[in-house]
Design a protein around this ligand. Sequence first.
Ligand code: MTE
Length: 388
Amino acid sequence: MNSRRDFLRYASAAALATGATPSLLTWAFPQEQSVDVPGEDGMLLRSFRFVDIETPVEYFNTWLTPVPHFFVRNHMYEPVQLDANEWRLSIGGEVEKPITLSLADLSKLETHSVVNTLECAGNGRSLHRPQVPGIQWGKGAVSTARFSGPRMRDVLHRAAVKPSGKHVMFRGLDEVPGKVPPFIRSIPIEKALDSDTLIATHMNGQPLTKHHGFPARALAPGWIGAASCKWLTEIKLLDAEFAGNFMSPAYRWPNQPVKPGDAVKPEDTHPLTALSVKSVIAGPTDGASVSSGKIIVHGAAWAGEADITKVEISTDNGATWTPAKLGHDQSRYAWRLWTYDWKTTKPGDYTLQSRATDSKGRTQPSTPEWNPSGYLYNAIDQVKIHVA
Ligand code: MTE
């Protein structure tokens, strides 16, 4: 008998990040708990009601994240029953020929694969100061997979988009609880027609699992995770951005820098699109005690639609920086794993930091850009360790 017990670790991300018990988290459980969810061993459960599962940073050690270790973000209940034979995708709105496709129809179209680092806009929210309400993600609402399926543009061409079709709206089959607005968002037509934007049916060579949008999801590579609608059932061409909760006030970025703690009017914001430049240290982990000698510092770095050009490491609290070695595996939209061989003979307490720079010339800031919803946290990463 297989004695392996799959479990989810439940801990408040803010407590994880700061050692403090956050008062904001009324939904949080007071102590660590174990929950049986097959195949999700070691993952961090951030919400029970709607399944939200975080990947521990220690798992950022493979270029492709195994599906059971891929973070999950749901705004509402997952669809209860989804029969692949009955599933349909309709394409309508500002098109000449509205169409409805089955999974078999989709499988007849040319398949394209994209390795994409998918990051939730709220990743790192628990690290913003002052704290911001919402799921208190630590550093692991991000993972990487090879997504495959037909190109969205091939499907849109079949429906013949009218010149008035400027925005592409996605609706999923989530079970909408009570009066909550449904998870409907749109992306501009230019991104939808990009040759790498997919209607993904597979992840790492296997059909999508339910958590990740079975049987099909949109995939807008390099953009915030919210742009990639799961359990996709309707695509509608609109002449303007979709007007609804998940386009506004959610998932927007202030037009001007905001003083931490200040409110921002919706009209002074714009929708979030591509991800920022960011790196995370996967090991040694925060609080670790390691032996002196050769210590391999390692992690991952990503930059949305841009490429990572360098990752630098500091072992002296930011006084000096040395380049890390970037891993061989690379693809547009995918993170780069990196390593740094650090030799230390001096025991003591150290702060290790990582700082990524991308092909757009962006570098991780030392102070994160605070915003009222706690999106796109990307400050220089750091862990405190003890060398024995
Ligand atoms: N699609 C639907 N239908 N419902 C959702 O709640 N969450 C979005 C996006 N697509 C969501 C969705 C958000 S916020 C993120 S970050 C990604 O899915 C997460 O994808 P994953 O759960 O496959 O990691």
